[in-house]
Ligand binder design. Sequence first.
Ligand code: CTP
Length: 406
Amino acid sequence: MNSLAGKRIVLGVSGGIAAYKAVEVCRRLMDAGAYVIPVLTKGATRFVGRATFDALASERTQMSLFDEDDPIPHTTLGQTADCVVVAPATARVIGAYAAGISSDLLTATLIATRAPVVVCPAMHTEMWEHPAVAGNIATLVERGVHIVGPESGRLAGGDEGAGRLSSPDDIVAGVTRVLGAGSGLRDMAGLSVVVTAGGTREPIDPVRYIGNHSSGKQGYAFAEEAAGRGAEVTIVSTVDRPGPSGATVVRVDTAEEMAAATMAAAADADVVVMAAAVADFRPTDPAGVKLKKRDGVPAIQLEPTPDILAALGASKPQGQVLIGFAAETCDVADNAAAKLNGKGADYIVANDVTAENAGFAHDTNEVLVLASDGRAHSIGLRSKRQVAQAVLDLVVADRDGRADVR
Ligand code: CTP
């Protein structure tokens, strides 16, 4: 398969034990038809020899900012690349890139390029979770850098945890997607997707309401990703924001209105993404006129709203994929598992809304995805669009393997 045919890819390799896996990444990029130029840091050569990359890649490995033939190799590399991939990316390289420090050929190339950049972090869990690294990743994501991984699993020294380099397959799939060359890019064509977005508003009187902090960003990211992959999208939204081109937006305010619009749209949908933060309670008897201060502090009686996700789960047509969310402040995995089982969803996308750079109003998110067949996937900090992409990747892969889908 030559999905990357003719693409000029700078493969940056920095100094971590996972550098040996970069050999396989290089090979797979070559197999996919790419023109690969390896750039190794000095640290990388402690783990893997440049001769290995020389033998596999399209050009000899480069390491120095000072080349005899080219006085400015970093700008030549940066300007001519279609994509720069860093695998593995150490905490040092991520930090230098985020801070704009160019101390070697790889970091100088990263700063000199306007091409898309794919960073594949690999390090020990303590380092990956350090606030400095998390902050640097958030900075890169905000600047449009694509982050692939890391995965959780076995690490150097026998430790277990988050920080393992993504598999070469996942890295090449990420590069392929970033370059828009993936065969899977229209992999939701013909599917109808309903997404709810934003937080509901439950009136107290004509001017006041009970609401929540949901911005709708994660829901819109799902809508945009699904539409980009060819799906026909309906967004049931509390937010005044246009959807992606071709999408239908149904504007609602209350849980009751969202329930009616979502149940109607979901009847024929292949995928339903219940990303909205729906109020659980509403004033039983909202006042018809503004409550006046002079009348004293009002006692507001509340009643439950309809649980839309549970209703969707109970009436789910065969083959429909139902995705719920869990906004948690503690015990994320346990609470999410309870919601998965209790509401009849196929997936629950759970996040700790108190975590830094994740949850309400942020452009980034970090989630745990639980599937009804017992699998769990943790999706590390990345843009909300990339979270949507990763979740829809799971949905598409599962649909392909299911007999009951329409
Ligand atoms: N949800 C819903 N209708 C409601 C409340 C929630 O459809 N009335 C959906 C949300 O859209 C989300 C999932 O249920 O997909 C979980 O929402 P969340 O607020 O995390 O959980 P709750 O069910 O409200 O439970 P709790 O407040 O106890 O955490």
